[in-house]
Design a binder for this molecule. Sequence first.
Ligand code: AMP
Ligand code: ZN
Length: 129
Amino acid sequence: MDCLFCKIIAGDIPSKKVYEDDVAFAFLDISPWQKGHTLVIPKRHSVDVLEDDEVLAEIGHAVARVGRLLKDKLGADACNVVSNAGGASGQEVFHTHVHVIPRFADNPGIGNMRAEVTADLDEVHQTLV
Ligand code: AMP
Ligand code: ZN
């Protein structure tokens, strides 16, 4: 199957991993909306959280762990936890993923979620691992 995120899990495409367990894999988003923007994905292929009754619960533990990691290690005050499901929502990669987006008190609110910061991914990755 020609799926970008399946290739990332297989290691065929490199990623900056921040967390992994038996069922989930998490890595830095290549175009972060905020410093530390992370994607949590199931290891098995799944299209989106609405097409798959089980997947959100399956990766829920990983989402919580990643969110706490971003708070603890990056000093985030909060996170947005977002999953786009369907093209009109903005979903571009059709392998289920949850965006965990660190938020900081000096730039609060849902309207500021998509800031598209220019954070150094290597530096952020080093802070998290
Ligand atoms: P969505 O628009 O919800 O489907 O989100 C897909 C996300 O995947 C976007 O935020 C992209 O920046 C991100 N993305 C695409 N390719 C890669 C990649 N190779 N490594 C990390 N993140 C990626
Ligand atoms: Zn896939």
